[in-house]
Design a protein around this ligand. Structure first.
Ligand SMILES: [Zn+2]
Length: 154
């Protein structure tokens, strides 16, 4: 690995189902079979009831920004070409409040807001790893309106 190669997640026994799903462009969250609570970070034991029985529930991929930061200085040379960019804790719809850390993409940074509605997308990072990213729903609609207006008024 070169000095500027990105370090990527390394799937293990607990996280491999998440990464396998991302490769299929599905967002899945670990859920307890006994008490049905969702959990993140993945692990072998339910923190709510102690059960070891779990499944990987497919979720809608919609959510909202719980919190975010704009990274303006790369912490590693591999990210120097990416700054500035936004990283959010995305509260996932239908999961009882699971918050997934991920990048916000296709969004002007000055339009990022707490509570902003997001939808998941996927970016292939390597043969093994596909990363979930999130796009703002409203900005995408605004961009579409802008493009339609351009076509009407060239
Ligand atoms: Zn449980």
């Amino acid at each position: 690995m070169s000095a500027t190669a990105r370090s990527l997640p390394r799937p293990d026994a607990d996280t491999r189902p998440f990464w396998d799903a991302c490769r299929r462009h599905e967002l899945r969250v670990q859920q307890c079979r006994a008490c049905e609570s969702f959990r993140f970070y993945p692990g072998p034991i339910c923190p709510s009831c102690g059960s070891t029985a779990n499944l990987w529930q497919r979720v809608s991929g919609r959510g909202e920004v719980y919190s975010y930061v704009v990274v303006r200085r790369a912490a590693h040379p591999a990210f120097a070409g990416d700054v500035p960019y936004a990283v959010a804790l995305v509260e996932l719809e239908g999961t009882g409040g699971i918050r997934l850390p991920a990048r916000i993409v296709d969004c002007p940074l000055d339009q990022a807001r707490i509570g902003m509605a997001l939808d998941v997308g996927f970016e292939t990072a390597s043969n093994e790893i596909t990363l979930p990213v999130f796009r703002p729903v409203d900005v995408r609609l605004a961009d579409t309106a802008f493009m339609l207006n351009l076509r009407r008024n060239p």
